[in-house]
Design a binder for this molecule. Structure first.
Ligand code: ATP
Ligand code: MG
Length: 247
């Protein structure tokens, strides 16, 4: 084992995690990207995934939402084997996903985007809850999503995914491309989402800011788990800082 690897903490595994992925392998065509990734999400947790560009973070989110087939491995939700479900069945099993890009319908209004996100058409009550969580969206209900600011569009993407009131939200780089003052606000929203009862698994490059609301974090590198610890340990781990945070 190299010196670097000897410093890496072994993975803690939860027997009773609400969402539990084991040994996930997937890729594109002949290209294998993930080589046996483990992820646990417990009730009411915010879990962070970070790592270098191209590590396979977005691929992991797609695999966990079953937008990519599992080549190997399992996904359990509430103890039920969900490895063979389709994406739309993941939604009915309480999982929601906000992709890194193309996460709203630009030509539809804010209200229409929310209605499409809901399981039941015209779920006015749930839409109202989303407007309470994101008041700026309430003021822009009949505005086309294409005309929203970057921060507002990200709020809409989150709200749309939250319409079915999921147990866990998978969200890929929610603060990407946002101005510094909006980055903090994004993580405040993530925290509010958790407080409202939805656990969150988020991929983020703004690691230091994301750690402020994070319970546990995984470092993913070259398609494998490299490090996993609670937020305080990650913040103070010089090895992780040197290798993955550039500081
Ligand atoms: N649709 C695709 N078809 C083929 N290869 C892909 C596809 N999407 C991603 N890849 C490849 O899979 C690997 C992992 O990509 P992925 O987007 O998962 O990385 P990432 O960790 O999310 O990176 P970033 O930090 O840049 O978002 C890369 O080598 C990428 O080129
Ligand atoms: Mg990505």
């Amino acid at each position: 084992m190299s010196e670097t690897e000897s410093d890496i903490e072994t993975l803690r595994r939860f027997d009773d995690a609400m969402f539990s992925a084991r040994g996930v392998e997937t890729g594109y065509g002949d290209l294998q990207v993930l080589y046996g990734v483990d992820i646990d999400i417990q009730d009411d947790e915010i879990v962070l995934v970070f790592g270098p560009n191209g590590a396979g973070k977005s691929t992991l989110m797609r695999a966990l939402f079953k937008q990519l087939p599992l080549w190997n491995g399992t996904i359990e939700i509430g103890g039920e084997d969900c490895s063979n479900l389709e994406s739309n069945q993941m939604v009915t099993h309480g999982v929601a996903y906000v992709p890194q890009t193309s996460n709203v319908f630009p030509n539809l209004t804010v209200a229409e985007n929310l209605d499409i996100g809901g399981i039941h058409a015209d779920d006015v009550g749930r839409r109202h809850e989303m407007f309470e969580l994101f008041p700026r969206l309430a003021e822009r209900q009949s505005q086309a999503a294409a005309t929203l600011s970057g921060g507002e569009r990200q709020m809409l993407a989150m709200a749309r995914a939250l319409m079915p009131d999921p147990d866990v939200l998978l969200i890929d780089e929610p603060s990407a491309g946002l101005a510094p003052q909006l980055i903090e606000q994004t993580f405040e929203h993530v925290d509010q989402i958790r407080q409202a009862g939805t656990a969150v698994l988020m991929v983020e490059q703004n690691v230091t800011a994301a750690l402020d609301v994070t319970d546990r974090a995984y470092v993913l590198d070259m398609g494998e788990n490299r490090f996993e610890a609670d937020a305080d340990t990650i913040r103070n781990a010089q090895r992780v800082r040197d290798l993955y945070l550039g500081q």
